[in-house]
Structure formats: C-alpha cells, structure tokens
Write a protein that binds this ligand. Structure first.
Ligand code: UDX
Length: 447
C-alpha cells in the first residue's frame, strides 16, 4: 500500500513540499495552526508568492474541479497522526529577538502536539533548519511522548530549496540528505523520494548531527561567497577596479565557479542571515566558536553594504543631506520572484534614506503588501514609472526582470535628474548611459 504523507507547517517550505508530494503521487495531509492559511490552501490559494505553486495546488487540492484530490489540509493533530505513515515537520525557525540563536519554539510545539497522538508506527522527518544536536533531543521527546514509544522514529532530512524556485528545487533536488538511525527509516525515505532517486539524484545517508550540519554549512558557504565578492567590490571601489569583470574572470576557474558571485547590497531573506548567526551561537555553546569567527566577518561585510549603498546615493546627489531629495527605490523584496521582505537589503536601504530625510518612493512587482506592513511610513507607488516621477535618483535594489526591461529613455522623461544607482549590478550600464543617465553601481568605476 502506498505511503501516506503529512506535512506540518505550510510556509514556503511546507506548502511546496506538500504540493510536491501530491505531485509525486502520494496522498497528503497538510497541517497549520493558522486558520486563515488553511482556509486559503483549501481553496487552492497560496498564502505567499511562489511561482508555479498555485498551479501545483490547483492540480491536487481536494475539492478543486479537475484536481487529483490527493492533497488536503487540516488543523487537527489527531487526524494528522491517524492519517500519516511519514510526517514531515516543516515549521520555521526564525532568529530569536535580540539574540543570534534561533527560536526553536515552533519546532518544539510541533513535536509536542503531534507525538501524544502517535499510537502506531510512524516516521517523523525533520526538515526545518535547526541547531546541530536538536534531532538527538527531539528524537528522545518523540519516543517519550508517543504512546507507540519506540515504534515512532525520527529522521532528519534538510531542505535546500530557494524561494522563487521552490517548486523546481523540491521536485528536482540536486541531492537528498537523510540523517537516519535505522534501516527502516532509510527505506521509508528512499520510498518517499523514489522518483527523484530514479532520476539519479544523489542520496547521502548520514547520522543526525551531519544531516543538521549539511544545511547550515551549505548556507554558510553561500553567504561566504557573496560576502567574499562584496569584499572584493569594496577593494574595487577603493582601487578603481570593476568587480563584475573580476567575478567573471575568477569564475572561469571551475574550482571557484561563476554562481553566487554577484556583488551588490548583499544577502537577506529568512535564511542566510539568521542561519549563519544561529550557527555561530550553536558553535559557541559547543565550545567551537573559534571555528566560526569568520562568519562574524561575513555578516558584517554583508550588513556594511547597505550603509555603503546609502552613502553612494548621497554622493551621487552631490553630498550632504537627503532633505528635499526625491529617491525612487525599485525593489523591496530580498530577491526577485518572491514577495518575501524579511531582512530585505532593499527595504533597509530605503528605510535608512527615509530616516535621514529623503523622500523615498518604493515600487516592487510582488512585495508591496508585505513591504507596507513592515515599513508603513515609506511612500509606495503602483508602477515603476510612477515611483520615478520627479526623482533626483533612481535606486535599483532588487533585480526583477521587469526592471531590466525598463526603457531608460522613456523613464528619463519623468525624472528630475537622470541618476541611476544599481545596487544589484543587473542593469546594462551601456544602455542607461546611452540614454543620458549617470549610471553608478557597487564595485564598479564611475564611468
Ligand atoms: C537560501 C539558499 O540558497 C537555499 O539553498 C536555502 O534552502 C535557503 O536559503 P534563499 O534565501 O531563497 O535560499 O535565497 P538565495 O537565492 O540563496 O539568495 C539569498 C540572498 O543572497 C538574496 O538576498 C540574494 O539577492 C543574495 N545574493 C545571491 C547576492 O547578493 N549575490 C549572489 O550572487 C547571490
């Protein structure tokens, strides 16, 4: 008989995982503790913007005309426990307020709510990004609280999806990591992932601590690559070099590679910044803090970029105060193809200039509602053309394709001064300069 799957937590990770499991042919029951989310998902609506996810839900959510009916949602823990053979825990682990450590309260609550209902054999699979050592502790909690005792087992199976590409990354992962303690757990996970495994996806079997560490190590490496190129951008700015050419040239070396070397205002979002901080905090608890002191530098290079963007803007406006200056900000989300504004470098830069007296108007293709909630005091425009009207400077801070397709000549008619600052090195300087704009970018010569 085919396995039945449950997915606990329906954020970017959980909602995508649930839909992907239904796509792979399993009967799936998703759970969340937020009633509004469940109501939306039951109608096939996605509580956030994630390309392709709505289409996948429409294909599988029960009750939608023409759907497979394999995917349902509930708020009932007993129903979830009764339904599933394999339970994926996909709740989030944000940064604790005012601390580096991550907040495990949602994970702990999920285990505490599920375990007492587990009366028969089950595999609980942790997917959330957690401090190393959590799986060991949660495994004990599970066996202690579940009426089925030792028949309930834990596995750790980190997820590497990128927002904006979540569906593609979940259906076609580049590797599957399985932290397991028994052959039974490994067999069940192989069964769940049989389709990607048949397509040749590597399956790495490890112990619990290694599985947890793979995720934080991968994110630390990615953060390090970005801060490395941003450090090179700082040196290029001081020496008159061009970081875009530099990244291209070093990227031809296969050992370095071209990806994740785009200099600009740095990384944000709900993962990289908080994951490297939580990793440092956990290493400190383990007495291994010295091993990760470099991550402190990675974090500060990254945070420094935001202030440097503000200063570059000030300089481009002739120096001095922002008072009386109109600044158009294109982009609010932490990356394109997402509506996520968590720890967004773009909004941070917009907020800093606003606090210093600049008249900032923000436009983003998908992130406006979330941005308005987070920064209600900023002004917002409904289109890029409206945002730039009367601007003394245009800041390009999130590289949506919509912005690359803008016509600088037409836009130039609406602004006060043709000054554009590219915080993502994603616009074509030649095209903007040809249309009479002063183009400045991070880590590149002024002209
Ligand atoms: C990241 C990891 O990539 C993913 O594997 C993990 O599961 C979750 O964290 P995500 O946060 O969705 O995914 O975004 P990612 O594409 O990694 O970008 C993170 C940030 O780095 C963005 O703000 C992006 O703009 C920035 N970035 C990325 C750069 O500044 N330069 C680059 O070259 C690449």
């Amino acid at each position: 008989m085919a396995l039945k799957i449950t997915v606990i937590g329906t954020g970017y990770l959980g909602a995508t995982h649930a839909a992907a499991m239904a796509e792979l042919g399993f009967e799936v029951l998703g759970l969340d503790v937020v009633p509004e989310k469940i109501e939306m998902l039951q109608r096939g609506e996605v509580p956030m913007y994630e390309p392709g996810l709505e289409e996948l839900l429409a294909k599988h959510v029960a009750g939608i005309e023409g759907s497979s009916g394999r995917l349902r949602f509930t708020m009932d823990w007993a129903e979830v426990a009764e339904f599933g053979d394999v339970h994926f825990v996909c709740v989030n682990t944000p940064q604790k307020h005012g601390e580096y450590a991550c907040d495990m309260s949602y994970v702990d609550a999920a285990f505490a709510s599920l375990a007492p209902h587990l009366t028969g054999p089950a595999l609980v699979v942790g997917k959330s990004t957690v401090p190393v050592g959590s799986a060991e502790r949660l495994g004990r909690t599970l066996v202690g609280l579940a009426p089925a005792g030792e028949d309930v087992e834990l596995a750790w199976n980190p997820e590497f999806l990128r927002e904006g590409l979540a569906v593609q990354d979940t259906l076609h992962p580049d590797r599957i990591v399985a932290g397991v303690r028994s052959e039974r757990a490994e067999k069940l996970l192989r069964e769940v992932y049989a389709t990607p495994l048949a397509e040749g996806t590597p399956f790495v079997v490890t112990d619990f601590p290694t599985a947890e560490l793979v995720k934080t190590a991968a994110n630390s490496f990615l953060a390090t690559k970005i801060s490395f190129i941003n450090a090179m951008a700082e040196v290029c700015e001081a020496a008159g070099g061009d970081v875009v050419k530099l990244a291209e040239a070093i990227g031809y070396d296969d050992r370095i590679g071209k990806k994740f070397l785009r200099a600009g205002i740095g990384f944000g979002g709900g993962c990289l910044p908080k994951d490297i901080r939580a990793f440092m905090a956990r290493a400190g608890e383990l007495g291994a803090d010295q091993a990760l002191t470099f991550l402190r530098e990675i974090d500060s290079i990254n945070m420094r970029r935001r202030g440097q963007m503000v200063e570059m803007t000030r300089e481009a406006l002739g120096g001095g105060s922002f008072l009386g200056k109109r600044i158009a900000v294109l982009g609010a989300t932490f990356k394109p193809d997402s509506d996520d504004v968590r720890d967004s470098p773009a909004l941070n830069v917009a907020g800093q200039i606003h606090l210093q007296g600049g008249q900032v108007t923000v436009y983003d293709p998908k992130g406006m509602d979330n941005a308005r909630r987070l920064f209600p005091t900023l002004a917002y425009a409904e289109t890029a053309a409206e945002a730039v009207r009367g601007a003394h400077a245009v800041l390009h801070l999130t590289e949506w394709s919509e912005f690359r397709e803008l016509d600088p000549a037409a836009l130039g008619e609406a602004v006060t001064d043709r000054v554009v600052l590219d915080g993502r090195n994603a616009l074509d300087p030649a095209v903007w300069r040809a249309a009479g704009w002063t183009y400045r970018a991070m880590g590149r010569p002024a002209a």
